[in-house]
Ligand binder design. Structure first.
Ligand SMILES: [Cu+2]
Length: 246
């Protein structure tokens, strides 16, 4: 079950994982250091017969150092985390690499629906393919998505891609992903969007160009399919996108 959270199937999945590991290691180090220190002091200076209680104001220089030095080091660690986080955010959310294809993703209570170009490769034309709960994409292809919502706030999430983006009614939000591993991965809604929220799942199928071309033809309108039909003998999976688009 946890497998889907560890699978990395997009080009930026690893940079997000590395950021999480960096934060976990830095924060984990300080957690262990602070807790260890606390228990050592509690144990060492516990009440003992014949030992007078010390009154410490916290103003003593040699004691103040126990606060100021770790404080300074923690701020230094914060700066490291902030720089790493901004770099990852900038590369994934602020910069859009040129798109090989664009898909439209629409959230509504309680399903994801998708609109993607048909064999002509252009969105909003007669041969567009519309699907519900299932998005077919080609491996090693940069996709831009236009994310919309028909009703309330949803969040489009593909854990295997480390992709998560809120969908707001009345707005079209752009983003991108580049799948780099063939397979079928979960799509989830990660904003509580009503009674059927938990049922708002889908899947993304990352396939080879050949499989995708065959899928395109199977799912195009009958007229387009006939035009682009592959003879049964050559339907051995050797059709390229370029051939399909001709
Ligand atoms: Cu939702």
């Amino acid at each position: 079950m946890l497998e889907r959270y560890f699978t990395a199937a997009s080009t930026y999945a690893h940079s997000i994982d590395h950021l999480f590991i960096l934060i976990a290691v830095i924060v984990g180090f300080w957690l262990i250091a602070a807790e260890t220190m606390m228990f050592v002091l509690v144990f060492k200076f516990r009440a003992k017969d014949g030992r007078p209680t010390q009154y410490i104001t916290g103003e003593e220089k040699h004691l103040k150092r126990w606060i100021s030095i770790p404080h300074f080091l923690v701020i230094l660690c914060d700066i490291v985390i902030i720089i790493a986080a901004i770099t990852v955010w900038y590369n994934i959310k602020q910069v859009m690499p040129p798109a090989d294809a664009t898909v439209r993703v629409i959230g509504q209570q309680w399903a994801w629906s998708f609109q993607q170009p048909g064999p002509d490769g252009v969105l909003d034309t007669a041969d567009d393919i519309r699907t519900v709960g299932e998005l077919h994409v080609v491996v090693n292809t940069t996709y831009h998505f236009e994310l919309m919502s028909r009703d309330v706030v949803h969040s489009f999430a593909i854990p295997a891609f480390r992709l998560k983006q809120d969908a707001l009614p009345g707005r079209t939000i752009s983003g991108w992903f580049r799948p780099n591993r063939v397979g079928t991965y979960d799509i989830q809604c990660t904003q509580m969007c009503g009674l059927g929220h938990a049922l708002m799942a889908g899947r993304i199928i990352v396939e080879t160009p050949q499989d995708h071309a065959a899928w395109l033809i199977r799912n195009s309108s009958p007229a387009v399919a006939e035009q682009q039909a592959i003879p049964a003998s050559s339907a051995d999976g050797l059709v390229t996108m370029a051939e399909v688009r001709q």
